[in-house]
Design a protein around this ligand. Sequence first.
Ligand code: 2AL
Length: 250
Amino acid sequence: MKNSVRIRVVNPNTTASMTTLIDDCARAVAGPGTLVESVTSAMGPASIESHYDEALAVPGLLAEIARGEREGVDGYVIACFGDPGLYAARELARGPVIGIAEAAMHAASHLGRGFSVVTTLTRTAGQAADLAERYGLQRFCRGVHGTDIPVLELEDPKVRGVIAQACRDAVADDDSEAIVLGCAGMADLCEYLTEQVGVPVVDGVAAATLTVQSLLTLGLRKSGRGEFAAPGPKHYTGLLAEFGTEGAER
Ligand code: 2AL
């Protein structure tokens, strides 16, 4: 059992104001023995709302995980709902790495028979549905609903009402019993939406932070055996040369 833990929350998009929002929400739930440090990726897209954005957000995310490992971080949250680079990050880290979609969907599965995801652009709905399947939670996921609000417009207070209505519609259309918020930028709306919607509303930033905290408090680390073992030594070239694993201390 460990009573003091250091969790790094990585915002894999490059918008620092969104990291501030994420950091506030992670700190609000962390226990007294938990140090939360949120960081913004140093390279990549300003927001992640396509497969292309997601692919190009991964190098910056992995650079933050590698830096965290050098700095002695205990565990990580990937604070983007596509859980970009989750499995690669898990290979790099010694401690637990949890994505916000992964954490939120698991939490919602404990709260009712079915949940709906309310997200940003409708074009990302397929990615969220794929994640439910990947995590074995497809039978709980009754629908994914886009609002067509871009990630960087979530900070505008005018969108709150639109998201609340989308949540109410999702509950009615899917006959669902909980809502999963489909973007890290919605984390600060969780309390408001819970009041407005009348079913449990799960924010993945808070859920993932507490999942990592729980695993660390239990003294549990990533399994180093098999699929998520550290990647083997390899030479990388070009723009990705610094990501090579040759000579990495493992
Ligand atoms: C996200 C998110 O959480 N952060 C980001 O940049 N894009 N998710 C989403 N569904 O658009």
